[in-house]
Design a protein around this ligand. Structure first.
Ligand code: ZN
Ligand code: ZN
Length: 146
């Protein structure tokens, strides 16, 4: 998705929530759109630089989350990281490094995704639960920590 169409969608969504798509919010979105995984407030602040004060960054994250533009991702290490919601970023999963805590996006090829969906359907039917979506994470050791 191009940044322009992404920005247009987000601008519309924010208006519906009586919020403005400020420069700071755009920077958060652009940084996340170019990222290979969810980012914490601290990581975003390091990437964006001090042009946006940390307090206004936290406010932007809150507004973007309330409007459904961003979703938080939590790991066992307890750090909240943010990413663009699935309706903007597309369906994907996560790789979580148990050593350094890094979280990376994992988009599966269509054939793998179909197998996962079948398995999820099968599991659902054994527990009388109707799956509508799924998300999983693979925990392990990343290439930098291996
Ligand atoms: Zn690691
Ligand atoms: Zn999937």
């Amino acid at each position: 998705m191009t940044t322009t169409s992404l920005d247009r969608k987000i601008d519309t969504r924010l208006k519906e929530h009586d919020a403005r798509y400020t420069r700071g919010r755009r920077l958060v979105v652009t940084t996340l759109a170019g990222s290979d995984g969810p980012k914490s407030a601290g990581e975003l602040h390091a990437d964006i630089g001090s042009t946006i004060p940390l307090s206004s960054l936290y406010r932007s994250l809150a507004v973007l989350e309330e409007s459904g533009v961003l979703v938080p991702h939590f790991t066992k290490l307890g750090v909240a990281r943010y990413e663009l919601a699935e309706w903007l970023q597309g369906h994907h999963h996560h790789l979580v490094c148990l050593h350094c805590g890094a979280v990376e996006d994992l988009a599966l090829p269509q054939s793998y995704e179909e197998r996962v969906r079948e398995l999820v359907e099968e599991i659902g039917s054994t527990v009388s639960f109707t799956p509508v979506n799924h998300a999983f994470e693979i925990e392990g050791i990343c290439s930098r920590c291996a």
